[in-house]
Design a protein around this ligand. Structure first.
Ligand SMILES: [Zn+2]
Ligand SMILES: [Zn+2]
Length: 232
């Protein structure tokens, strides 16, 4: 059995259902057979993103950009307008530090906005085998499915099949979730960020925390430079 082959337990629910004419005689253990019968390109397109996916991201981008600019400029002015000789040495470096945090926040925000939440992509391994109910639906014999399909009980890989993305969510990623705004399945889902318009998952959580941390650091830098960098 090749690494692309499926375990018997993964095929169980598909072998006992009414076999469709197009599947008769096909070797269901072989992903190549599935691909010949139902090429990935023949599947319906992925669901359309909710309009909030774009609007939230636009508002979030403008909000974060304006915060970065205002905090950086405020700290720069706060340090610059004072007498440099009477300030503690760290006041001079506050300017550089805040610019570093600004760059970090920019990079992390871009990473999150570019959709790097680890959304499940369609591939041979995520799409096949296609559950019989879905095949019936694709052939127009069943109306739109609205309930995800559980994977075979004994499968170590297939946990549940998303009837909107048409992909399997795998075992080991029990918190996989289909986001109604991003309209994609996201493994290790934590929450959908209403400010950035993107899902936050294990894949981009470090960037999310770094963005929050950079914002907090900017505020602290502003308070400190205003309070301690004095005219002397
Ligand atoms: Zn999905
Ligand atoms: Zn989302």
């Amino acid at each position: 059995m090749s690494s692309d082959s499926l375990l018997d337990s993964e095929l169980e629910p598909f072998q006992h259902c009414d076999m469709l004419p197009s599947l008769e005689g096909a070797n269901l253990e072989d992903l190549d057979s599935w691909e010949q019968l139902w090429p990935l390109e023949s599947l319906p397109p992925l669901p359309k993103r909710d309009p909030k996916y774009w609007s939230q991201a636009t508002v979030g981008m403008l909000l974060i950009a304006s915060m970065i600019v205002s905090l950086t400029v405020a700290v720069h002015l706060s340090v610059g307008r004072r007498s440099r000789w009477s300030n503690p040495s760290w006041c001079e470096s506050a300017d550089t530090v805040i610019q570093g945090f600004a760059l970090l926040a920019l990079f992390c925000t871009a990473f999150i906005l570019c959709g790097r939440s680890g959304e499940v992509k369609r591939s041979r391994l995520t799409c096949y085998p296609i559950p019989a109910q879905v095949v019936h639906h694709l052939q127009g014999q069943l109306p739109r499915l609205d309930k995800n399909i559980d994977g075979p009980e004994h499968s170590t890989r297939l946990r549940s099949y998303c009837v909107r993305c048409l992909v399997w969510r795998t075992r080991g990623c029990e918190s996989s979730h289909h986001c109604s705004i991003c309209q994609r399945c996201v493994p290790e889902f934590d929450h959908h960020c209403g400010v950035l318009g993107r899902c936050i998952s294990e894949a981009n959580m470090p960037c999310f925390k770094a963005t929050l941390g950079a914002g907090l650091a900017g505020l602290i830098a502003l308070v400190l430079t205003n309070g301690w960098c004095s005219d002397g």
